[in-house]
Design a protein around this ligand. Structure first.
Ligand SMILES: [Zn+2]
Length: 290
């Protein structure tokens, strides 16, 4: 089965399930449409086609699992400047965060890539679902072209209606990573019944926003944020309807200070401490809610 068809079926299944339950009406005592209900659908043979990364940390499935996703990789360099490449910077940040989380313990950690290789966007979201990740963090670094002065981190959450024109342009740029050698690798959206998937996505999106707020709060005074630090955009990598997540643009490779800091051990350490704290507070809150 082609991967695209598999993913299509994956999205179609909850739709059919919900449609079936809906058709049977209120006699079924399942809180299908309840606020706290998040769809979890397992795809049995998906692991073989995707090649799931190793889960590190405690050998205890009840511990929360965070999937760290360093953007781009391989032939997809991401944003570049004279001296820096996004794909390298974000891998350094991701590794630092993984190490910080593992050092403190209690949290399970996996990375979509721990090497310089290409992964399509949908696959990244799919890995999160296959692993049953509780939280997804995609790490990127931005480019402002010739505008060297533009700097600072931005936290993106998913929005179907991109919150601003800039966000839409951004989404276009990041989503372009799926077009390699002229072949469009993305797009089974047409096959998705957006309305029903949205039921699950709503709760997921609330949690994502909560996580984004925590990153901002924990990072205040330590990380350098863009003046508009919170945005939402229609980002393909955040489209797993049942895994809360954010895309963290760590800064601008086109800004010399940003790039230097993010590529340095000290900058990576600072990022890792803030992010690890935000992740821990997030999980502590989820635990208190249930
Ligand atoms: Zn990127």
């Amino acid at each position: 089965m082609s991967q695209r068809l598999q993913i299509g079926l994956l999205f179609a299944f909850p739709v059919l399930l919900l449609a079936g339950l809906y058709a049977l009406g209120a006699s079924i005592p399942v809180p299908v449409l309840g606020r706290d209900y998040v769809l979890r659908v397992a795809l049995a043979d998906g692991a073989e086609t995707i090649g799931l990364p190793e889960i590190e940390g405690p050998d205890d499935a009840s511990r929360p699992l965070v999937l760290i996703d360093p953007g781009h990789g391989g032939p997809d360099l991401g944003a570049t400047s004279e001296d820096y490449m996004e794909k390298t910077i974000v891998l350094g940040l991701a590794r630092a965060l993984r190490d910080a989380l593992l050092e403190e313990g209690g949290v399970r950690v996996a990375m979509t890539r721990d090497e310089d290789r290409f992964i399509v966007l949908e696959e990244r979201a799919e890995i999160a679902r296959e692993l049953g990740a509780d939280l997804f963090l995609s790490i990127h670094a931005d480019s402002a072209g010739d505008l060297e002065g533009v700097a600072g981190a931005t936290i993106y959450t998913l929005s179907e209606t991109a919150s601003s024109e800039a966000a839409a342009r951004f989404a276009e740029r990041e989503n372009d990573a799926d077009i390699i050698n002229g072949i469009d690798l993305s797009g089974q959206d047409e096959a998705v019944n957006a309305i029903l998937v949205e039921l699950s996505q709503r709760r997921t999106s609330e949690r994502s926003v909560e996580f984004a707020e925590l990153i901002e709060r924990e990072g205040e005074g330590t990380l350098v944020f863009h003046p508009q630090a919170r945005r939402s955009a229609a980002l393909a990598v955040l489209r797993a309807p049942d895994v809360p997540g954010v895309l963290f643009e760590s800064g601008f490779v086109t800004n010399p200070e940003d790039a230097q800091r993010l590529a340095s051990e000290e900058g990576q350490q600072r990022f890792a401490e803030v992010m690890a704290r935000a992740i821990r507070v997030y999980f502590a809150r989820q635990l208190a809610e249930t």
